[in-house]
Design a protein around this ligand. Sequence first.
Ligand code: PLP
Length: 865
Amino acid sequence: MKALRRLTVRAALPAALAPLGEIVANLRWSWHADSLDLLESIDPELWAECNGDPARLLGGVSTERLAALAKDRKFLRRLQDVSDDLRDYLEQPRWYQRQQELEAAKPANEASSLPSSVAYFSPEFGIAEVLPQYSGGLGILAGDHLKAASDLGAPIIGVGLLYRAGYFSQSLSREGWQQERYPSLDPQGLPLTPLRDVAGNLARVLLELPDQRALHAQIWLASVGRVPLLLLDSDVEENDAAARGVTDRLYGGGPEHRLLQELLLGVGGVRALRVYCSITGHPEPEVFHSNEGHAGFLGIERISELSSGPAKLSFAEALTAVRAGTVFTTHTPVPAGIDRFDRDLVAAHLGKVPGVPVAEVLALGAEDDPTKFNMAHMGLRLGQRANGVAQLHGRVSRSMFNNLWPGFDADEVPITSITNGVHAPTWMAREFLDLAEQAIGSEALATGGGWAAIDQVEDTELWSTKRELRARLVGEIRRRIRQSGVERGFSGVELAWTATAFDPDVLTIGFARRVPSYKRLTLMLRDPARLKRLLTDPDRPVQIVVAGKSHPADDGGKELIAQLVRFTDDPEVRGRIAFLPDYDIGMARYLYWGSDVWLNNPLRPLEACGTSGMKAALNGGLNLSIKDGWWDEWCEDGKNGWEIPSADDSLTGTTDDHRDAVEAAAMYDLIEHQVSQRFYSRDARGIPTQWIAMVRYTLKSLGPKVLATRMVQDYIRKLYAPAARSAAVLVADDFAAAKDLAAWKSWVAGAWKDVAVRHVESHVEGDPTLGGFLQLRAEVALSGLKSSDVQVQALYGPVDADNRLTSVQIVPLTMADERDHTGFFTGDVPLKKAGPFGYTVRVLPHNDLLANPAETGLVAAATQG
Ligand SMILES: *Cc1c(COP(=O)(O)O)cnc(C)c1O
């Protein structure tokens, strides 16, 4: 019989064990080895049964065992130790506090304003397997961002939704077709506490919906080390059935469902933050970081606060103030990854946010298709600062969104990039972390220094550690393929082969990721006979472990999984290639730890960054990958891995099919002639010294770069601190600067149509020769603007056959004279390169409060004639 409802009863801990409650209540245990050891020692068998979930462990452990532990002096000493360590971690100053001290010691005009609070919004967070609130890369990244912020002491607050079924768990039918299950989660059994006000009532937020309906949500609090994470949950009694279901699952349902989720995340998220700060006294965020378009409505709510609240700003003024403190990060160049809603649907729902004219909201999400509302476009228009997540992705994003800044070249589009990173303590195997910590020191490891010391670790030690981890992965593969076989309906006898599948001494390739088509799960099957030969090579065999979930609505992805599973069912190869169902944090770790090679073959440039290869690298895995995302930037072919040549640059007009063929052939060649050669060539001690040299170089070259602490430090320096400064300037004195800037922008925009470069004269002494100068004088129609409201620039460089400037350089021209609404600007252009050379002149609005000269989108360029 099925239960009507479920709840989780928590054990009452004996007083001596009270600190256990605190350790379990903070998710820091999930990446802290001593905490994990302590929890496991409570009841090792039960710990394994509960898949390492401390809440379930404490719910299930016997009272006798607890009573015994309460008297066990050795256990109590360890408990005290872990508890003290947690307290230190939470309370002692860390990197960020030291930066604040350094800044405070500087003269005011040189100090950067480190924010005292930053809100990080994301539709998913992958913190630990016990809190399955993620589907893939975006969620894992958000989780790593919070953990690294915590390690650094950076004052971030996470904001997201609590999905009652999370993402689905995956199993396979007999034929290899993906089956989805949505286990229902009971928040009481999760590492969450409900937020209550001082009177002890549950804190709530409320959103008005069309047709007199309302959406209520309660706020759950997860502690991610020092970082609070607020999760909104619509499954509360005040809601009607439809409203209760808003946070049912991640990325499920139709457009209206998605829109309601995003309204709750953005608008509700800001309201939840206000409640949290007022209850706890936590400083109000100065910077709001919107990840992907999904959370973008946070900007609308903040505009609403300023226009309908006591500040009484106009929409334009409020927008100006909000933009200054908003950072927008785009996480994908795949069009299907960008949310677009029908404008009417957005209009109906946003009409309920007070003080925000619907027409203005719609304009923020405008795109080419006049019936659509584009969340990424809104994100870019609401954030004064924006970035992609790897250098290549930054470039791709600048082209992709170039139409929002017409008149500018793609490389001037104000979208920078910060390359993603991964949280080392979460993703490194204990054994590898210990090796690295011994050589490098834990403090240096956390902040990125000292990786050269990995040279002190002996070859034999690196190699035996890797073998141990590979053997652990093999054990896990056997366990999982057997379990999956049982679920698919095979008998024990039919599954006997699984006990000896895979081999702890065979070159192991890992491939795990979501299954959208651009990631090309089945590229390896392009030439099945060739793959079979690689797997079954008698001297230099290869084994491949694959995992990944397809979006439930994507039958194409499910078909790819089925194809792969059919291939792995072949008795000739099944001992060397396996598909493991239910890819999640818990499983992925074994793959990162144990794989010798991490394979990634996306259609370049559709992988925004990719982080799984970084996790493999931190465990001494070598990447074998198309140069896309992060690998485009940090690949040193033959030194820290291998580049699978991508056909996209060399073959213009090629079909995807042709491209697959070329890239698959290159991949097989590399595995056969480079990767396995190197893995299997051994010295007298049986050690592959050249391989180990690459492992070492991987750790040294990539170790410091791939860390999430490096990423968070980059965000702080390049985006959060400048955003905090801009916001502080605009907010000061009752928003005086925001009002001025909004008025200025509107005035400049009105005048701009008559701003023009009327005439440009150039003069060279003698013939133009290398090392000489071109003297320019430009006559600019100012249309009532002051010369200080504009910047006049000369752009110059070599020109191609069409007179297009290539590798453009810019020099500002200075005002020489101003009369009759006309400015005369002069400057020298250096002739630095021989050959065809060109220049032009343009005018841009200028204001110290703009973060980027392209920001307003206004430009007037000199025209021929
Ligand atoms: C790292 C990770 C991802 C993201 O990996 P990509 O390389 O970006 O595809 C997704 N899911 C899990 C469980 C991960 O550990």
